[in-house]
Design a protein around this ligand. Structure first.
Ligand SMILES: NC(=O)c1ccc[n+]([C@@H]2O[C@H](COP(=O)([O-])OP(=O)(O)OC[C@H]3O[C@@H](n4cnc5c(N)ncnc54)[C@H](O)[C@@H]3O)[C@@H](O)[C@H]2O)c1
Length: 398
């Protein structure tokens, strides 16, 4: 019997309990303690690591097989935090078992997978929230409200710039790290697809506010670079030109000289707004300095509220909202291997798993791209290569 029918708290399970799954366990623990959910099971194909901040309740069970867990523990809500290439089959199993899913980003790896998951949602009538947690930010809501109210005038461009560093150890942490395929199946790690996916999704959310509808990309242009012999980008410039609304540029690196947390820059005829999305610091036209806009609606709590009142509480990150992000992933998947940068351009610091590589001048180049809406090759950056361009047909974005 479902939790709703008995009045008991929803039964929650996590599939993929290590890695970022430990963060989900920490989110669930206070909800469990408050009696708002009941954590019934953790699943992982590996030994489950203890999480001191979220001890396993005495009556919760541990499984290595998600199908067995679904049959035995019969959860109402399942967090799926496994590697991206496993998302579709596991999410479909969860939905078929009658549970709602909080599916980590990237939800799926292609538009074909997106359509299969959308069909499973329609068939089962269940809900899917995608793990783009920055979409629940009050700062983003204030930015999109300012856009909608016309405070920026006509929006002419949306861009993001981010410069992080990732060590050799980062790429050794999981079998799918730095890979484009694993055992012949697409996995698609990479700066745009994984750690800086939120930067891209925040831009898509702002673009959605400009036109009032999800972005329908007409063209996707990609420049991808890497500083290690990985199969995916650690540095990239992306431009999405939608069928309507302003172009979106993402200029990002995991080989940055200086740390840039991640800025979403919205340029309009009446001024410019900047949202530092990881810290929720916002600068609107007329502001003297950025200010923190605290408050994030949690994706799991929102999914629980949506289950209780589907019409009154929309999901923050429903699958449909992520379609343009998946279109970008599909373009990345189809693009050739990124250009390998080396020689004098790349500087190594640190040793062993802590070694990081940085690209000389990358911060300035990325910032110029984000500020101007140009790709690196258009700016004459000496190491830049011409973009790979994907044109989407109207059928593809229908
Ligand atoms: N929203 C965010 O900010 C955020 C942050 C980090 C990771 N993620 C996403 O979370 C997902 C997991 O990333 P990660 O870095 O934790 O990966 P990871 O490889 O470190 O951990 C994934 C876990 O899933 C387990 N697993 C793999 N296949 C499984 C299966 N079939 N059944 C059960 N368990 C299985 C692995 O053993 C591992 O413990 C990815 O989609 C990633 O993009 C999201």
């Amino acid at each position: 019997m479902s939790a709703g029918a008995t009045g008991a708290p929803p039964r929650v399970a996590v599939i993929g309990a290590n890695g970022h799954g430990r963060w989900h366990r920490r989110v669930i623990a206070p909800l469990h303690d408050a009696g708002r959910v009941r954590l019934v099971a953790l699943v992982d194909v590996r030994l489950i690591e203890p999480e001191p901040a979220a001890p396993l309740p005495a009556d919760a069970e541990v499984f290595t097989d998600h199908a067995q867990m679904l049959a035995v523990a019969r959860p109402d809500v399942v967090v799926v935090c496994t590697p991206p290439h496993t998302h579709l089959p596991i999410a479909r199993d969860v939905l078929a078992a009658g549970a709602d899913v909080l599916l980590e980003k990237p939800p799926v790896l292609s538009m074909a997978e997106h359509r299969l998951l959308a069909a499973a949602l329609a068939e089962t009538g269940r809900a899917c929230q995608v793990g783009f947690q920055a979409l629940g930010s009050a700062a983003l809501a204030e930015l999109t409200a300012a856009v909608t109210a016309g405070r920026l005038g006509t929006v002419t461009g949306i861009a993001t710039v981010a410069a992080w560093q990732r060590s050799d150890g980062y790429y050794a942490r999981a079998p799918w790290a730095g890979r484009r395929t694993l055992h012949g199946r697409p996995v698609l790690d990479g700066a745009l697809a994984n750690p800086l996916a939120h930067a891209v999704m925040q831009c898509l959310a702002v673009a959605e506010a400009v036109t009032g509808t999800p972005v329908r990309p007409a063209t996707i242009e990609l420049e991808r670079y890497r500083v290690r012999p990985i199969e995916v980008d650690d540095t990239a410039a992306l431009r999405v030109v939608p069928r309507s609304g302003p172009p979106i540029v993402a200029a990002v690196t995991l080989a940055g000289e200086d740390f840039v947390a991640g800025e979403v820059i919205v340029t309009g005829s009446a001024g410019r707004a900047v949202l530092e999305y990881p810290t929720d610091r916002l600068l609107l036209p007329g502001d003297d300095a950025p200010r923190e806009v605290p408050g994030r609606r949690g994706l799991l709590e929102n999914l629980l509220a949506h289950r209780a009142d589907p019409a009154g509480t929309p999901l923050i990150a429903p699958l449909a909202r992520t379609a343009p992000f998946t279109a970008v992933l599909e373009a990345i998947q189809a693009a050739p291997e990124p250009t390998l940068l080396g020689g004098d351009l790349v500087t190594a610091t640190g040793r062993g798993p802590d070694r990081v590589l940085t690209v000389r001048g990358v911060n300035a180049a990325l910032r110029e791209a984000a500020g101007s809406g140009a790709l690196l090759s258009e700016l004459g950056v000496p190491w830049a290569v011409p973009p790979v361009r994907t044109e989407l047909t109207r059928e593809e974005d229908a």
